[in-house]
Design a protein around this ligand. Sequence first.
Ligand code: F6P
Length: 325
Amino acid sequence: MAEIKNIGLYTSGGDAPGMNAAIRAVVRAALYYDIQVTGIRRGYEGMIKGDFWPMGRKSVSNIVQRGGTILKTARSEQFRTPEGRKIAYENLQKQGIDALVGIGGDGTFTGARVFGHEYDIPIVGLPGTIDNDLAGTDFTIGYDTAINTVVDAVDKIRDTAESHDRLFIIEVMGRDSGLIALRTGIAAGAEAILIPENKTGLSGLFDRLEHGRKDKSSRIVITAEGDDVGGAFELGRLVTEKFPHYDTRVSILGHIQRGGKPTCQDRVLASRVGVAAVEALRDGRRNEMIGVIHNEISYTPFEKAIKQKIDINEKFLKIVEMLSL
Ligand code: F6P
């Protein structure tokens, strides 16, 4: 096992609050172990274009509290091709980069998995996505901040809902996953939630509006953007058609969910897995995502971390129903 001397560090895919805290942790932990870090801007795009940044202690000063990613991020089409990956590998070699840490989600680890099989370079990944849709960690970096942003926004919308006796349909992020909707639905006291993992959301909502308590002054419905109904506007249309007596409004929270200061929980998670990433590379680990399960550091092969169906806790759905009586 060759000694690691220079780690290439990148963020890729959608940004997530806490990515900067993870960058800081990787850089500082590497320096602690006398390993150099080279930042790669815009993920795989930067690898191909040769956008490298030798990082030191000060490169990561004053970023633990900042949202976004100082390394910037992108989704790279060229890296999907063998030719693109060859250019990337040659650029890494020219820089003397002998290991990689990638921070991101599904797409990031799909690229890392292919690259790590094609070329002899150890890669480990850190789960950075607001969606929380990776297997091998209880939570992803950014999820806690995003759900707190959502709850804060829904609380504000509720003021208007309550003042005007309205029904609000609020769309939250999650193209393939309802995990943001699931937790925020409970925390914000939603009437119902609609998520891609559950096929009875619409009928459940209709049933609730038809047979539920009639004397409520306001109602909050949360839908994940990836739900089968097709988003908040379509859901609003269906609800208005069937229940024209409700004063229904739609609100799409959008990218507000991806920004802002990371919560304490996200900063701690990012710092823990950042340190663990450097230690994992030193221990000869590769092709794995590093997460935290039951408060312990865990290692999951990339192919298992991505595109696994994450089981929804059915009890959460039941709780929404029970508590919105
Ligand atoms: O994966 C994170 C995420 O925010 C999803 O929840 C959302 O569907 C998607 O990214 C939006 O991507 P973009 O910012 O490229 O529109």
